[in-house]
Ligand binder design. Sequence first.
Ligand code: PMP
Length: 404
Amino acid sequence: MFDIARIRADFPILNIQQNGRPLIYLDNAATMQMPVPVQERILSHYQTENANVHRGVHTLSQASTAHMEKARHTVAQFIHADDDEIIFTSGTTDSLNQLSRMLESRVRPGQQILVSAMEHHSNLIPWQEMSRRVGAKLRIIPLDSRGDLDRDALRQLLRDSTTLVSVAWVSNVLGTVNPIREIAALAHDAGALLVVDAAQGMKLGPTDAVSLDCDFMAFSGHKLGALTGIGVLYGKKDILDMMSLVCFGGGMVGNVSYLSSTWGAVPQRFEAGTPNYVGAISLGAAIAYLSSLGIPEIARQERQLTELLQQELLSVPEVEILGSPQHRSGAVSFWVHGVHPFDLGVMLDALGIAVRTGHMCAQPLVEQYGVSSVVRISPAFYNTQEEIKACIAALKRVIPMLKG
Ligand code: PMP
C-alpha cells in the first residue's frame, strides 16, 4: 500500500507556503523534488568521503571512486544493463548532443535520420545539426489525430535508407507513451539504430533497456530526485566499443605522448575530465529511494493522478487539451480560448499552485496545435488527488476572471 503521508514526509518542500497558500507543486515534468534520503546522502558524502575520483592512491579517493562506481552499478541494474554500458553525462540534453557527435562518422550523406513530431528540442536540434554537418536528411515521423506516433507513416519512412531513429519514450507535452519495443523492431528491421529520449519515461515501470531493445537511451537525474547536472547515456556495449570519441582530456586515456594518445576502456573513455561523481552518487541514492517505494507502485500512482487530471480538465468547458493519446502518463497540456497561458500560470501561482507555461521546449509540436504556448500540469507520485482537484477548482475560478 502506497502510504502517501509517509512519502510526503520525505519531501519537506511540499509543506512550504507559497504566496500565503500551501504549495501545490505540479511541475514535476520539469524537475522532481529531492527526497531527504538523497539530500542526506549528498551531505554524508561531503562530510565523510569526498575526494576526486580515479586519480589518487589515497584511501579517500579510492572510496569516492568506489561510491561512484557503485552508483553506476545501481543505474545499470535499474535499467537491466551492464555497468560498462552506462556513461555519466550532465543530463539528457548532454547525452543526446554527445551521442549525435559520437554517431556522426557512421552517417553517410543522403541517409535519413528520423525523429518524431513530439520531440523536445533536446532530441531534435542535435539531429538537425548533425544532419546539416553530414548532409543527411532529417525527416519527421508525424502524429495521428490523437497525438500518438503514426506507425504506418513510420513504416513508410523506413523504406528509405535510414540510419537512425530517435524518439521520446514519453512526450513532455502530450504525455504520450510511445511503444518503444514495437518502434525498436521496426527500426531494426530497416537496419537503423534506435535512440530513446527517456527523460520522462524512467518512472513508467521497471525500465528494461535490454528488453526494450533500444540501442541508446538518455535520461536526467533531476527528474528522478537526484541532483541537477547528472545524466546517463546508455549504449549497447558492442556499439559503444566502435563509437567515435568526442571529448578528450583527463581520465579517459590509456597512454599519452606529445603527439598521440590511446584510450582507456568503455565507459571511462567517454567521460573526459572530473566526472560529476557527487551527482552520480545522488542518482544512485535517488534510484535506491524510488526502488524502495516500488517502481510499479509509483507508475500506477502517476498514471491514476494523470487520469484524474485529464477527467477533471475535461469538466472545464473552456479548456482545450492537447491530444488524447491511447496511453498517457505524467503530463497534460492545454490552452483556453482568449486567455494567455502565462496569465493562467501567474494566477495559479498566486494561489500557491506551480504549473508550467510556454512551449515546453517543443515549439514545433505546440504550434501544430495552432497555439504558441500552453499550460502544462504534471503530477508526480507524491501528489494527492486533493491537490489535483484543488488545482482544477482554482482553474475554474481564475478563467472567468481572465476572460473578463
Ligand atoms: N527530453 C524530454 C522529453 C524532456 O522532458 C526533457 C526535460 N524537460 C529533456 C529532454 C531535457 O532534459 P534536461 O534538461 O534534463 O537535459
